[in-house]
Design a protein around this ligand. Structure first.
Ligand code: PMP
Length: 288
């Protein structure tokens, strides 16, 4: 990969010159939050939604924001420009900064500034992803994450382990299950389709309320599809007509197999591909 220009604490630097302290609480304690915003046609998709959720994550953790929203948009745009990104993602992370030593108690925000880092990920062909034509396979695993999954923190060890369990099982991802009900995918929201009805778990501290989820549910309702926000089991999912996931980097992606059981005829159905089309078309209209 060619050398990227990244952003760290107010400076644009070549990626190999950007540095963060070993005392940074993101590194020592996973005391940080993040956002991933996709870029299509050189423009930011759903920037407003990501900026609002970022502020909420910061507020829930009593973490100071090191940047105003307008400036954040400018940094995103500048990185897209400097790195010539046409299709891809921008990763943003804010941590509680680097106090002078390791201590469980939060440092005083007056003396320890938050750390902010942004970098681009160039992904040509993101919208035309061939995986969307084939659909993906998932396994189910226990959801043993902490109880505040509505905050987008960088504690991603269990989701990483879930991805590795999926890889080992020869599939693409894992759906997590808590008390018998599906919560979400390792890095995406989970849905099933029965007839013309789209079913997904309701927003709560059990899941991350996806920015893509909010948009897709709105577009689905506008297209006269029925949406039911409720719990569902893996058994119900295996008997569904279709299933799919949503996230900022995959948009809408059909799921064609759960725990070795093919859904329908094992190919993407009618609803998920249609929602993908609608999402890509509509979200570009408000891209900035
Ligand atoms: N759930 C989890 C656990 C995630 O990590 C993500 C993506 N980061 C999502 C859902 C989807 O959220 P979004 O649509 O905002 O990318």
């Amino acid at each position: 990969m060619t050398m990227r220009t990244v952003y760290v604490n107010g400076e644009y630097l070549p990626e190999n010159e950007a540095k963060v302290s070993i005392f940074d609480r993101g590194f020592l304690m996973a005391d940080g939050v993040y956002e991933v915003t996709s870029v299509l046609d050189g423009k930011l998709i759903d920037f407003e939604g990501h900026a609002v959720r970022l502020q909420r994550s910061l507020d829930e953790l009593d973490m100071a924001s090191p940047i105003a929203k307008d400036d954040l948009l400018e940094v995103h745009r500048e990185l897209v420009r400097l790195n010539g990104v046409n299709e891809g993602m921008i990763y943003l992370q804010i941590t509680r900064g680097a106090p002078a030593d390791r201590d469980f108690a939060f440092p005083d925000p007056e003396t320890t500034a938050s750390t902010i880092v942004l970098f681009t990920q160039n992904k040509p062909g993101l919208a035309d992803n061939p995986a969307a034509k084939k659909g993906m396979k998932v396994i189910s695993i226990d959801d043993i994450r902490w109880g505040r999954r509505d905050i987008k923190t960088v504690q991603l060890l269990y989701p990483s382990m879930g991805k590795m369990m999926a890889k080992k099982a020869g599939v693409d991802d894992a759906w997590m299950v808590q008390d018998g009900f599906v919560t979400e995918g390792t890095s995406n929201n989970a849905y099933i389709v029965k007839g013309n009805k789209i079913i997904t778990r309701e927003a709560s501290p059990d899941i991350l309320k996806g920015i893509t989820r909010t948009a897709v549910l709105r577009f689905a309702r506008e297209a006269q599809m029925e949406v039911e926000e409720r719990n569902f089991t893996i058994e119900e999912a295996r008997g569904a007509d279709e299933a799919f996931i949503t996230s900022a980097s995959t948009f809408v992606m059909p799921v064609v197999e759960i725990d070795g059981v093919a859904l329908g005829d094992g190919t993407p159905g009618r609803v998920a591909p249609r929602l993908r089309e609608i999402y890509l078309e509509e979200s570009l209209k408000t891209a900035v």
